[in-house]
Design a protein around this ligand. Sequence first.
Ligand SMILES: Cc1cc2nc3c(=O)[nH]c(=O)nc-3n(C[C@H](O)[C@H](O)[C@H](O)COP(=O)(O)OP(=O)(O)OC[C@H]3O[C@@H](n4cnc5c(N)ncnc54)[C@H](O)[C@@H]3O)c2cc1C
Length: 742
Amino acid sequence: MEWDWRRWRRKWLTEPLYRMAQGAMPRLSATEQEAIEAGDVWWDAQLFSGRPDWNRFLATPPAKLSPDEQAFLDGPVARLCAMLDDWDISWNRYDLPPQVWSVLKEQGFFGMIIPREYGGLGFSAYAHSEVVRRISVQSVTAAVTVMVPNSLGPGELLMQFGTQAQRDHWLPRLARGQEIPSFGLTSPEAGSDAAAMTDTGVICRHVVDGVEQIGILLNWRKRYITLSPVATVLGLAFKLYDPDHLVGDKTDLGISVALVPTDLPGITIGRRHLPAMQAFQNGPNEGKDVFVPLDALIGGIDKAGHGWAMLMSALAAGRGISLPSLAAAACVFAAHTAGAYARVRTQFGVPIGKFEGVQEKLGRTAANAYLVEGARRFTCSGLDMGHKPSVVSAIMKLHATERMRQSVNDAMDVHAGKAVIDGPSNYLGGLYRALPVGITVEGANIVTRNLIVFGQGAIRAHPYLMKELQALADSDQEAGMDAFDGLIWKHIGHSAGTMLRAIGHAWSGALFAASPKGVGRAAPFYRRINRYAAAFSVLSEMTVLSLGGSLKRREMLSARLGDILAELYLLSAMLKRWHDEGQHEADLPLVKVCAFQGFSTIEKRIDDILHNYPSRWLAGLLRLMVLPPFTRVRPPTDAALAGCAQILLEPSEARMRLVGEVWSNCNGRAVEDLEQAFDLVVKAQPLMDSVRHSGLKDWRVAHAKGAISDQQAQVLEEAEKAAARVIQVDDFAADEFARSGH
Ligand SMILES: Cc1cc2nc3c(=O)[nH]c(=O)nc-3n(C[C@H](O)[C@H](O)[C@H](O)COP(=O)(O)OP(=O)(O)OC[C@H]3O[C@@H](n4cnc5c(N)ncnc54)[C@H](O)[C@@H]3O)c2cc1C
């Protein structure tokens, strides 16, 4: 009889492995399973494979605006921006002015993601992101107000899961701003652990206008809900029960989502929170015995109990747009203003941008702006290709907002007192105060970093792991083992190949790693990403294998692995930007600083992971394989950082590419003053230098002595006056602080 190798392998190798893995691998709760299965994978999966396909990567079409989208930016968005006075909004009104609310509703700002057939603008992810970006630098309050209806709230949910009747009814009303939506998930007891909410819906019979109906009796208490105080409809998440089995056999149906008009009896709404002194509408709401018909459930009764999966799926797209767009704008704005201010402000007789200490901050903000903006564009390309990449969206939410925090803090340091003193002339204060909002919402960053990026990514984006876990959890053991047999051997082959590559790349310093054609001087960076992607793949495999289910509790290890994946994503997106913009030589300092910063972060994370690895011998072996001492990279040099700072300090095309259009078309009077002063100071600089070299301290003396002409004196005087305007800060009469009514 012929020896059947496959049967032998299944019986003697696969079966023991299957049993062993069933005990060792993490068991996922139903909620975790739903969260992991939400959305899809994209470039993250390529990075996870340890061998990214760069040709496919470079073929990704760059995000582009259609003529209609461009016209919307040039028209309604520019006009809206010109109406936004953030100081007035935050300090005087604690709200957007009525005319701004009208424009937002009438011009379709609340319906950017709603398809045109329902009366929405039907914008691409990129256009949606551009709108949020432009508004963000004018007013965080206005930006957040626009974000909510275009993310969870609940247009996206309706489009993905609503019944036709629900879409027909709600989408046109939401698109024209006839309904103001908000989304209620968070409650006092359930923040990060939102699935632990105590808000309930009980399916019951209820008499409405003399007629008995089957519907849901809701009781809830929510807080932190954006737009809640002005909402006319609430997308409400709650736990649904059917104790009398009116719709089926199950009593506990699970988390569900319903659309609840806010004027129903039993609802208390309208009170406001004050989030970090930002004036966007945010507040608690409560419902006591509120009755809604069954068809208030988004997606109808068929979607009862699927609320968590629906939310995760809607977030998979939205989380990649709203906050990353605000953060990208904030990074660019921080770089722009810090650079211009450092050129205009003089101390010790020279512009402060000449001091290395200031250049360090400027260099970092310049590189951050370049990288986060590249990542925003690349992510929008993926979304516009139809992906809903949940891991990428989480990476973007986390890392864009963390870099925004770093950049805005750096810009604050460069401006010092000028940015500390609040008032209409302070163009950074609003963004600074808003930092914790970005860090906290849509999944607070600690949870996102420690639990989500690698926690989900390891399973979702790994080429085999998710299918293997499904096979291990299969209630039909024989079918599960068949599937496992088909997967595990391919997995082992893949891992062995990756391990060899990781060792080769690590020991050769990525010298022989492949890089795609046509990437010019960025080729070594592609090679290095290949090196770290292979190392990451090996480390991930080994960590999941050696820690199994306990990895969930080792959050610090998981966070560092997530950071490596995130760096790989952000760096590749940054390289794509350089490529798509035409590989400008002048931008290379930015590319280099981003690359060396990212690579050294990756190596530091690998080092820290191995330093904290539970198994010392495995840590030693892995260190030898992926982090040999003689091919380590170092962070960017001082000169490289100074080179990036220089881009912000001199007018050039590179500066315009970096900070160009985010604030243009806007009503940033203080920023306009700054930009004007920057131009005048740059123009006056050669004259200033010649006066100084001639031994005369002041241009007035030089003018009096005839060393410079009247015209030259005028140039210098204009520059001086413009600089003096910029360094002014606001002051207030004491009674202005004693106003009532706020
Ligand atoms: C301005 C603002 C607007 C908001 N808008 C809305 C909205 O429109 N709709 C809505 O439903 N919600 C909204 N939220 C709620 C927001 O999503 C929550 O604040 C967020 O999920 C965190 O919950 P929490 O604030 O209760 O923090 P907690 O859950 O109490 O967490 C506190 C800290 O512990 C960390 N943490 C918790 N669990 C873990 C863990 N397992 N591992 C590691 N760290 C952990 C968190 O990261 C956080 O840093 C908003 C919040 C704010 C502040």
